[in-house]
Design a protein around this ligand. Structure first.
Ligand SMILES: *Cc1c(COP(=O)(O)O)cnc(C)c1O
Length: 252
């Protein structure tokens, strides 16, 4: 038998190797810009992978995770925390990076540090209600961080608000108890050049932080385009496949 803590854990070795390679890639990308290594957070995207993998990654020193589906995420995080033998799992942070349905906002607000994928009023309002309830019950102690997802090509299917919609959305987040505006999130369209999309993300972000200097986070870059994202000011890359391997099921 092998387990997350046992000897001879081939999956642990596998994750260790790919995590080290992704970390080295990210460090090289950051070094090339002259920025500081801790200016860019590495969020390991564990969607579709089991709680045991999250526990293995915590054992490797990872503390920041991205999840994209509820209730999968809430269940997994509860399992990770209850299986933990020490308090390393309690300082692990989980961000919601996938699209949010209003009816799931309440449970997401119980486990997420931040939600990266907020693109409409209805979701802001649902997350605000969820965050207030979670603060009242003690399920969370800090405001829920909000990143506004902005569409780089205006295609509504991929999600994301247009740049024109950002000012009103930002005001709605700022006006809501329980929420704290942190910044913007982008997903580069697959067609076209990642370099060009990330350049566009940087331009949008530059205009956004002129109005909202406190909301300086830019969540940008995945397994395939983290170098371009870091070169254009990403403060958080969301890396799944390069660390976890191919996802067991294909979705989003
Ligand atoms: C799945 C996912 C990722 C990770 O993508 P990889 O290409 O596997 O690194 C990043 N961001 C979002 C929003 C995702 O849904």
């Amino acid at each position: 038998m092998t387990g997350a803590d046992g000897g001879g854990d081939a999956r642990r070795d596998d994750l260790a190797q790919r995590y080290a390679a992704a970390r080295a890639r990210l460090d090289a990308a950051i070094d090339a810009t002259g920025r500081r290594r801790d200016d860019v957070e590495l969020l390991v995207v564990t969607k579709f992978f089991p709680a045991d993998d999250v526990t293995r990654l915590i054992g490797l020193g990872v503390r920041s995770f991205g999840e994209s589906r509820e209730p999968e995420a809430g269940r997994k995080i509860a399992e990770v925390r209850s299986a933990a033998l020490d308090d390393t799992a309690t300082d692990a942070r989980f961000d919601m990076i996938g699209s949010v349905q209003s009816k799931k906002a309440k449970t997401i607000a119980e486990w997420a540090r931040s939600v990266h994928s907020v693109d409409r009023d209805k979701i802001v309002d649902a997350l605000a209600r969820g965050a207030q309830a979670a603060l009242d019950s003690g399920a969370r102690t800090a405001d829920l961080g909000i990143l506004l997802q902005v569409s780089l090509d205006g295609d509504p299917h991929r999600g994301g608000a247009t740049e024109d919609e950002l000012p009103a959305l930002a005001e709605r987040v700022i006006g809501a108890d329980g929420l704290s505006l942190k910044g913007l999130m982008v997903i580069a369209p697959v067609e076209g050049s990642a370099e060009r999309w990330m350049q566009r993300a940087a331009e949008i972000q530059r205009r956004f932080v002129e109005e909202h200097p406190e909301a300086w986070q830019l969540s940008a870059g995945m397994s395939g385009d983290l170098e371009e994202a870091v070169a254009h000011g990403s403060t958080c890359v969301r890396v799944g496949t390069a660390i976890m391997g191919p996802r067991p099921l294909v979705s989003q």
